[in-house]
Design a protein around this ligand. Structure first.
Ligand SMILES: Nc1ncnc2c1ncn2[C@@H]1O[C@H](COP(=O)(O)OP(=O)(O)OP(=O)(O)O)[C@@H](O)[C@H]1O
Length: 309
């Protein structure tokens, strides 16, 4: 395995009655962005905290750059992390916070100006960090993570509190890091945030990996590509398609959802049977659909209701 990487294997961790990690296993290669996604309580933060030596596993191992974080000689030069945007001294300016960090880690203070520019905090860097919005604090946290120009970046929910411009920025930023050979692990509880930036997606639930695949593989694995059909005689259309071996369901809006055959095949079946139709549209399963399928049984908490295990 390449040196600039993350390797998590068989991690188990219990907090009292809660099995937070239950055999968590995955790796992140250099030059890639890996999305780490799962519902609240799935074990993402605990995994990241163990990787960074902020918490200890009961079993398994968690390595960064081939070593335990605690064994790294110059950790900030090897691994940059964003774990808690709020960990700030509010009376300090953003710039002073970074200067203090750089000095305390024996990193060159010239780097402070570079990382401020890198994250677009130039205009706010001399203001007290206590007055920063959550999005600005996230940028400051990312600037801090970048101080040592590390090989590995681990970001826990960096999109939280970001406005649309910030989200676009962070997406481009993470891609550019991967293009420069960095290994990037980015957690999120929203799959959509990772579409278009993650090379690999590790979907987790209840402390273990539910899927570890590329975005395309995940969507294909779900096998839920569908065809939407509009016909003045939906029941007849559905019956003809079912006789041809397709799955066809008439919705309460009078459309027909067809599965198991392509849009072109739908046309080929309906036309000779004399069934009229006004629309035949191929619908690709979205990453969000796949995520919901994968994590449906692993969701611990949903808005307003607690789902029993
Ligand atoms: N210090 C702790 N003490 C007790 N239980 C904990 C502690 N830290 C985490 N847990 C529990 O472990 C489980 C995993 O939590 P974790 O924060 O790792 O999940 P997560 O995937 O990061 O979720 P979120 O998106 O909500 O941050 C949860 O059930 C959580 O309540």
């Amino acid at each position: 395995m390449n040196d600039a990487s993350i390797e998590v294997s068989g991690l188990r961790k219990r907090f009292g009655p809660t099995q937070a990690l239950d055999g968590m296993t995955f790796s992140v290669a250099a030059g890639t962005v890996t999305g780490f996604v799962g519902p609240n309580g799935a074990g993402k933060s605990t995994t990241i905290r163990v990787l960074l030596g902020l918490d200890y596993q009961d079993e398994g191992h968690a390595l960064v750059c081939g070593q335990r974080y605690a064994a790294l000689k110059y950790p900030l030069r090897r691994v940059g992390a964003l774990v808690e945007a709020a960990a700030l001294q509010p009376s300090r300016t953003g710039r002073n916070h970074l200067l203090w960090l750089a000095r305390s880690q024996r990193l060159p203070t010239d780097r402070v100006k570079e990382v401020i520019d890198l994250v677009g905090l130039d205009s706010a860097a001399r203001r007290r960090a206590g007055g920063y919005s959550l999005g600005m604090r996230q940028r400051l946290g990312i600037a801090a993570a970048m101080l040592g120009d590390p090989e590995v970046l681990i970001l826990d929910e960096p999109f939280n509190g970001m406005d649309p411009e910030g989200i676009i920025w962070i997406r481009g930023f993470l891609r550019s890091l991967a293009a420069r050979g960095r290994a990037v692990l980015v957690s999120s509880h929203l799959m959509g945030e990772l579409q278009g930036i993650a090379d690999q997606v590790v979907v987790v639930g209840r402390g273990r990996v539910l899927a570890d695949a590329t975005v395309d593989e995940l969507v294909a694995r779900a096998g839920s590509d569908r065809v939407l059909l509009r016909s003045p005689t939906p029941s007849e259309a559905a019956a003809v398609l079912q006789r041809a071996g397709a799955r066809a369901t008439v919705t309460d809006r009078g459309t027909v959802i067809v599965g198991g055959i392509t849009a072109q095949r739908v046309v080929e079946v309906l036309s000779p049977a004399g069934v009229a139709f006004s629309e035949v549209t191929a619908q690709r399963a979205s990453l969000e659909d796949v995520y919901l399928q994968l994590t449906g049984g692993a969701t611990q908490y949903r808005a307003g209701t607690q789902v029993q295990p």
